[in-house]
Design a protein. Structure first.
Length: 134
């Protein structure tokens, strides 16, 4: 387990970190306990709530390279319908184009188009597509 970022405050049975994320505490031996972190003064077993919810949705831990995006930009809104599981590149792009995160079908279409262009060896057009929609 790792030592995580700084905790700003404790609210009920949750922690809020300095970046605004909610942390929940898991019982030792439960699903995802191996993914938890320790905090001085609060003990171990803490995981960011949105990552826990996404893992439950996926029925597996969030993998390296996967990012959980809050569609409405509110880090404390961890409802399933507000979470989008994506990759780092797309996540960065969503923060530059926040309106698109509310339309996941557009993101899926763009990813399919990028894959098709890459398969055809048209990497330059993928770059142009990214520039066009940024």
């Amino acid at each position: 387990m790792k030592i995580a970022a700084k905790i700003l405050r404790k609210v009920d049975n949750c922690l809020i970190d300095t970046r605004g994320y909610i942390w929940i505490q898991l019982e030792k031996g439960t699903f995802l306990y191996s993914e938890t972190r320790c905090f001085p003064n609060y003990g171990c077993g803490w995981i960011r709530e949105h990552r826990y919810i996404a893992s439950v949705m996926l029925k597996r831990p969030v993998e390296p390279g996967e990012v959980i995006h809050h569609k409405n930009g509110i880090k404390t809104d961890n409802r399933k319908e507000n979470l989008l599981i994506t990759d780092t590149k797309t996540h960065d792009w969503l923060h530059l184009n926040p309106l698109l995160s509310t339309f996941p079908e557009i993101i899926d279409y763009i990813k399919e188009l990028e894959a098709l262009l890459r398969d055809e060896g048209r990497e330059g057009e993928v770059i142009k597509l990214r520039e066009l929609i940024s």
